[in-house]
Design a protein around this ligand. Structure first.
Ligand code: CAO
Length: 435
């Protein structure tokens, strides 16, 4: 038997809507509740479900057409059990709230058994809103099928620019967005950093080319990634390490007996581990895909080591649990392993924060690059005696220049200033470390 499926009452004050998409065709077998069309009204875009199951024999609507409540959408050939007869009212309250409510079915002259007529309203009561209606949210007006497509393709619909009427996102917009994403993925066969064609240098003189080693390629990739994706700021400060130098001289022999070298690097590693506990946002990573901050409750400090192959960054694991002697021994061991090519990937994994000490070489200051996904790095330059004005006179004090580069997406300038000052204070009062 042929039955009409009509556009049900949608909402108060809404008597018609535009067909955005027709989801079925003649000959399709549709099931009860299966979406037939997407309809757009002033209030929402939603799917209109089938109120009958059967085979579609007539399709009476077209995309772009305006249809009225009660207008026949399709005629279906049912199996004659007569599940029909229920008039469905789809209520759309506003753009953030919607519900599907049945109107109490009135017995029609159809042959529907009473039992089925009673079951049907329950079915609509329990149906989830998303099953039937997908309300445009925020700045991403899109129909349910477009949203579904975006979900299937793993695209974040809020990132897709709509080109349809009133900025509505179309299927093509989603496909174009996904295509763009695919094209912007790095070509695995090429280094993941941008390069431009070079001029022919031999025009100006003799040249020589040699392949970049693995360390150089990886350094170039990670530095380019960090430089181009992380908004960084560098905070500068100075620490008076005159007392620390006395401490270092006094105990360096003892540490040496244990196989380590007591330098500003090992003391700073202990201080940084403590500082990260005081300032947890420096011990994080950002997950932009989820808009989340990942706080780490372990304190692994990377130490930049200058090797003849290039820069390597072995990691002192759980630095907060180690004495300064242990840290000194471990840093000496890791630096030696890095320089003698014995370092393993595990030795370099899992760092949360990096220390780059160039002071052994020289320099009065530099701005290191954050080793993303870490969010901060501290640079150490060469300490030198400077005249410091104290109690009316200039006195010679050993001053250590420090530079803290941080990811400004997660760390504010004031926090960076406080963090670096905390470190400077701790170095100025080495006994504080043992409190
Ligand atoms: N100011 C003054 N002197 C310093 C100093 C500083 N900031 N840091 C170290 N020194 C001194 C040490 O006390 C030591 O002096 P002595 O030989 O008289 O005892 C000497 O410089 C050499 O120290 P070191 O290099 O053997 O030991 P360290 O713990 O200071 O450093 C390491 C270890 C691995 C960090 C260092 O060897 C290294 O490789 N530094 C380069 C890091 C780098 O390349 N960074 C740039 C990365 S790009 O951002």
């Amino acid at each position: 038997m042929l039955k009409d499926i009509v556009l049900p009452e949608v909402s108060d004050n809404v008597d018609s809507g535009d067909v955005v998409k027709v989801l079925v065709k003649v000959g399709d077998e549709v099931k009860l509740d299966q979406p037939l069309i997407e309809l757009e009204t002033d209030k929402a875009v939603f799917e209109v479900p089938a109120t009958e199951s059967g085979i579609i024999r007539e399709l009476n609507v077209k995309e772009g057409e305006k249809i009225k409540i009660g207008q026949v959408i399709v005629r279906v050939e049912t199996n004659g059990t007569g599940e029909a007869g229920t008039e469905t009212k789809v209520t759309v309250n506003n753009a953030s709230e919607a519900e599907v409510k049945p109107v109490t079915p009135e017995p029609q002259k159809s042959e529907a058994p009473a039992q089925l007529l009673q079951e049907k309203p329950q079915k609509y009561e329990s149906a989830s809103i998303e099953q039937h209606i997908d309300i445009p949210q925020g700045n991403s007006p899109a129909s349910p099928s477009v949203r579904r497509l975006a979900r299937e393709l793993g695209a974040d619909i809020s990132q897709v620019k709509g080109t349809g009427p009133a900025g509505r996102i179309t299927e093509d917009d989603v496909k174009l967005y996904v295509k763009g994403r695919m094209n912007s993925l790095p070509d695995k066969s090429a280094p993941a950093f941008a390069y431009r064609p070079l001029p022919d240098f031999s025009k100006w003189g003799q040249t020589r080319s040699e392949p970049m080693n693995k360390v150089r390629v990886l350094t170039a990739e990670s530095m380019t990634y960090a430089w181009t994706s992380v908004p960084m700021v560098t905070q500068l400060d100075k620490s008076d390490i005159t007392s620390l130098e006395e401490f270092r001289k006094k105990y360096s022999g003892e540490v040496e007996k244990e196989g380590g070298k007591l330098t500003v690097t090992s003391v700073l590693t202990a201080v940084v581990a403590m500082a990260l506990k005081e300032f947890p946002q420096f011990n994080t990573s950002i997950d932009l895909s989820r808009k989340e901050i990942i706080y780490k409750e372990y304190y692994n400090i990377g130490i930049a080591v200058d090797t003849d192959r290039g820069l390597l960054v072995p990691v002192v694991k759980n630095a907060d649990k180690k004495s300064i002697t242990e840290l000194s021994v471990e840093i000496s061991t890791l630096a030696e392993k890095a320089r003698s090519k014995k370092i393993t990937p595990e030795d370099m994994d899992g760092g949360n924060f990096t220390i780059s000490n160039l002071g052994g070489i020289g320099g009065t200051g530099f701005t290191p690059i954050v080793y993303s996904p870490q969010v901060a790095i501290i640079g150490v330059s060469r300490s030198a005696y400077e005249p410091v004005y104290q109690n009316g006179v200039f006195v010679p004090r050993l001053i250590l220049p420090l530079s803290l580069t941080y990811d400004h997406r997660i760390i504010d300038g004031a926090d960076a200033a406080r963090f670096l000052r905390w470190i400077c204070d701790a170095l100025e009062n080495p006994l504080r470390i043992f409190l």
